[in-house]
Each structure stands twice: as structure tokens, then as C-alpha cells.
Design a protein around this ligand. Structure first.
Ligand code: ADQ
Length: 461
């Protein structure tokens, strides 16, 4: 069995028994433990003169190798091209997309530097699995150094339709880099179709009879692999933490009121202002809910050095203050807005206590919170998922969720009302429909499908 070499912007702790924070880390570690391998990426540290040697730590058959960035690399590669150009562009926010040749050059410089740091560690029959928008040119850089290993790329964000993508001055170079991989994986069929459309329209690509795509002189597999969660583990853990002290404290504080919960990174792609407005609309147009419903939004700040993230934070503070000021009573405050994160197990307890999971991104690659919310419910008395049609999770969960358009604030309020008044039988039915998808398509299934696709790629380079 070939070793797997995972490359991602950040690397999770690999030591056995160390709690990993999320499904991706769990899946990647499981893949690596099975075959042995390396997890390579940025250490998260910014230093003046980073060492040319990666920092290595080992645990069984598994090695983690990390490198530091300089301040300039961090600004140009991470805050710059990755998070101020590609992130907004891939989330259809042309209005927020900045482009500069300086950050673009920094992005390439860091990708090339990372590739040259990993290169000496690679073996002939390794399979390289690169993750996410930070590292699109990584595989091409390795190829240029003569590496012929099987290489796969997985994009966690959406891939935009060609009309959006071509706004990027270097769109062709970016897509050409992707074609250096043997397998290019997306979250959904929608993303895959958008990528294929670009290749057909802009690159004269050809789709072969076996489904592979020929473009830029290479033949690649382009496939959707919707990412998922550790379904059985989440079910068990959520049932266990239902009686935890924190979950109990939350329930006590609700005093039998219904809870609507939102959990996101504080990011403009998550549709938080529209969500707050929808809750405002619920209180305005369905006044029976006043005093009887609480909306709790957990949103820890991220990417705080990118100005757009400061702007959205300020906007939400104003909105939350406004809505609370308008509707609060001396014994009831409608919105609990928390700018902090909680341990995974605590969140699962919160999900289980919530009548509605409100997940309304304007665009999202997948949105694992939606899946986690569903898996955390009590099957005997489950809550309702209100889910944006623009989340990658929507096609899989449409059999059970109330699907909404997040821009339609009144429509979201209507669905909230429907969820709050939904009879138990219907809630159970909807929950079961979603659970049967999540049981079959869990994170293990995602990992196996990707690794299988990569294993069967021809070893050609
Ligand atoms: P994110 O944009 O971070 O991820 P999401 O999928 O919702 O979005 O969350 C990833 C993980 O972080 C989940 O396990 C979730 O529980 C956790 N998380 C989210 N918000 C949190 C909070 N406030 N506090 C604590 N934990 C929180 C990117 C893409 C998504 C894609 C994932 C995985 O943007 O579309 O689903 O990668 O591919």
C-alpha cells in the first residue's frame, strides 16, 4: 500500500489520543494511520527567518512536518491572495475580491517554497493529497521539480461558475495548475459542473468516454466527493453530553423557551446579517414568539487581520443590539450573540437542546455544522434543520431540511415559524430521512472514495 502524504495549510496534532478538533482532521488521520504517511503544512507560526528544515514529529507510522512563514509570506500568501482574493471569489463575492500582483506572487512563492521543503521527504510510490484553495499550485510545483507521484487535490470551498472565475486576472494559470493533479475533487456536483464548464469553454477540454477529462495536455479525473462527519461518533457523543453540566445550564437558562441555534465562524460567507434580519422578521410578523423563543448565535472571529472580517463583526454587533433593544423584555432577551468558540462536545450538547438549527450561508462548500446538528438530535424528539440552498450540504439533506433562500429574509422567517410549530411525527420523519444519508455517507466514506480514486490514477506524472 502506498504511503499517503497530506498537504494542507494547517496541520492537526498527530499524537495518538490527542483530541482532534474536527471531522477533517479525524478523516485525514485515519487515512494516514492506515497507510502510514506524512502530514505537511504551515506550523501556524510567523518567524523572522524560518528554518529550511521542516519541524518533524512522529507518532507510529505517521509523521507531521511543518514549516514557519515570514511576516511577508503570511501577509501575501495567507491574508493576501488566499483570503482576500480566492476566498471571496470562490464565494461569489466579487465586490470583496481584491487582486494584486504582489500577493499573487507571494502565493506562488510560498507554494513553491512549501513544495521544495516537502520534496526531499517524498518517495517514488507515495500518493500526495493536497487540500484547499491555499495550495492550488502546490502539485504543479512538485511536477516542475520532476515528481511523478500520483497527486490529488480536494477543494473545501465552492468552485464558482466561469463568469465569476474569469474576473480573476490569472484564472487560466490557476486552472492549469489544477490540471497538474491526477484527481481534482469538489464538494458537490454543482462545483464539479462549474469547473468542467470552464474547461470546456476556456480550455478546449475534451471529456473522454471513460469520463476522464483531457485539458492542458493532461488527463485528469474530476469528481464530486461531498465531505461529511463521523456520524456514529457524533450520535453517541451528543446522547452522552445531553446530561452534561453545560447542556443542563443552557436548558435551565431557556426556561422552556424554544432555542434556535446558529454556529459559524464569523465570516461574511455565512449570511449572518440576513439571518439576524430573518429572526427580526420572525418576531415582527409572528408575535406569538415574543418572549417564547431565543436565538443563540455562536460566531468566533477568524482572519481578524483581513479588514472585511472586522466590518462584518461591527455590522453584527449593531444588528444584535438593535434587535435586542427593539424586542427585549425585562425577563427575556431575544438574541444571545457569542463571539467565542466552544469545545466540540459542548456544541453537540447545545445542538441537541435546540429546536431549530439555522444554517443559512450565502455560499458554502459543504457546511458541516448542518450535518453535525442533525446527527446530534434526539431521534425521539428531533429538532428541525433550516438550511440554505447555497450550502453544499443542501442536495444531500433536502429530503429532511427546510430549504431556504437566505436572501429571502421573510421566507426564512416563514420557515422558522414552520419549524417551531412542526408536529413531532413530521420532525421524526424528516430527521430519519437525513440520518439515513448521513449514516451511509459519513466521513470514512468520503475519505475512502477519494483515496480509491487517487489509487486508481495512472502512475504517470
Ligand atoms: P468552515 O467554513 O469552517 O469550513 P464548517 O463546515 O461549517 O465551515 O465547519 C467546519 C468545522 O468547524 C465543523 O466541524 C464545525 O463544527 C466547526 N465549527 C464551525 N463553527 C464553529 C464555531 N463557531 N465554534 C466551534 N466550532 C465550529 C470549510 C468550508 C466548509 C466545509 C468545511 C469542510 O468553508 O464549506 O464544509 O471546510 O470541508
Amino acid at each position: 500500500m502506498s504511503r499517503i502524504v497530506v498537504v494542507s495549510n494547517r496541520v492537526a496534532p498527530i499524537a495518538e489520543g490527542k483530541a482532534s478538533s474536527g471531522g477533517l482532521a479525524v478523516a485525514v488521520l485515519a487515512a494516514l494511520r492506515k497507510s502510514g504517511g506524512i502530514w505537511f503544512g504551515w506550523s501556524g507560526n510567523v518567524t523572522e527567518s524560518p528554518s529550511a528544515q521542516p519541524t518533524i514529529s512522529e507518532s507510529g507510522k505517521l509523521t507531521s512536518a511543518t514549516v514557519d512563514l515570514t511576516q511577508r509570506d503570511y501577509e501575501e500568501y495567507y491574508n493576501g491572495f488566499a483570503n482576500s482574493t480566492l476566498w471571496p471569489l470562490f464565494h461569489y463575492r466579487l465586490d470583496l475580491t481584491e487582486f494584486s500582483r504582489r500577493t499573487y506572487a507571494g502565493y506562488h512563492r510560498v507554494n513553491s517554497l512549501f513544495a521544495s521543503r516537502l520534496a526531499p521527504m517524498l518517495r517514488e510510490d507515495d500518493m500526495v493529497w493536497v487540500h484547499d484553495y491555499h495550495l492550488i499550485p502546490f502539485g504543479e510545483q512538485l511536477r516542475q521539480m520532476g515528481h511523478r507521484q500520483r497527486m490529488g487535490f480536494y477543494l473545501h470551498t465552492p468552485w464558482p461558475v466561469p463568469e465569476i472565475l474569469v474576473a480573476l486576472p490569472n484564472h487560466e494559470t490557476l486552472v492549469r495548475s489544477l490540471c497538474a493533479y491526477d484527481v481534482v475533487g469538489f464538494q458537490t456536483e454543482r462545483d464539479r459542473a462549474a469547473f468542467i464548464s470552464y474547461l470546456l469553454q476556456e480550455a478546449g477540454a475534451e471529456i473522454r468516454e471513460d469520463g476522464l477529462v483531457s485539458a492542458y495536455g493532461r488527463t485528469i479525473r474530476v469528481q464530486a466527493f461531498p465531505i461529511s462527519i463521523e456520524t456514529p461518533d457524533i450520535e453517541k457523543l451528543a446522547a452522552a453530553v445531553a446530561a452534561s453540566r453545560q447542556a443542563e445550564r443552557l436548558r435551565d437558562s431557556l426556561k422552556d423557551r424554544d432555542l434556535i441555534i446558529g454556529v459559524d465562524r464569523l465570516d461574511y460567507s455565512k449570511g449572518l446579517p440576513q439571518r439576524f434580519q430573518a429572526f427580526n422578521d420572525l418576531l415582527e410578523h409572528y408575535p406569538d414568539n415574543r418572549g417564547g423563543v431565543i436565538f443563540m448565535q455562536v460566531a468566533p472571529p477568524t482572519r481578524t487581520e483581513v479588514p472585511e472580517y472586522t466590518d462584518i463583526r461591527r455590522e453584527l454587533e449593531t444588528l444584535a443590539g438593535h434587535i435586542n433593544g427593539l424586542f427585549a423584555e425585562f425577563d427575556w432577551v431575544p438574541i444571545r450573540y457569542l463571539n467565542r468558540s466552544f469545545a466540540r462536545r459542548t456544541l453537540l450538547g447545545f445542538y441537541r437542546s435546540a429546536r431549530i438549527g439555522l444554517v443559512t450561508p450565502l455560499r458554502d462548500g459543504m457546511n458541516l455544522v448542518a450535518k453535525e446538528y442533525v446527527a446530534a438530535q434526539d431521534p425521539e424528539d428531533p429538532g428541525v434543520l433550516v438550511l440554505s440552498r447555497f450550502a453544499g450540504a443542501a442536495p444531500e439533506l433536502s429530503g429532511g431540511a427546510l430549504i431556504v433562500n437566505p436572501y429571502d429574509v421573510e421566507g426564512v422567517a416563514e420557515s422558522l415559524q414552520r419549524g417551531l410549530t412542526m408536529p413531532l411525527d413530521e420532525r421524526r420523519e424528516r430527521h430519519q430521512a437525513m440520518m439515513s444519508v448521513l449514516r451511509e455517507c459519513d466521513i470514512g466514506h468520503w475519505r475512502e472514495r477519494f483515496v480509491d480514486a487517487l489509487s486508481s490514477a495512472p502512475y504517470s506524472g
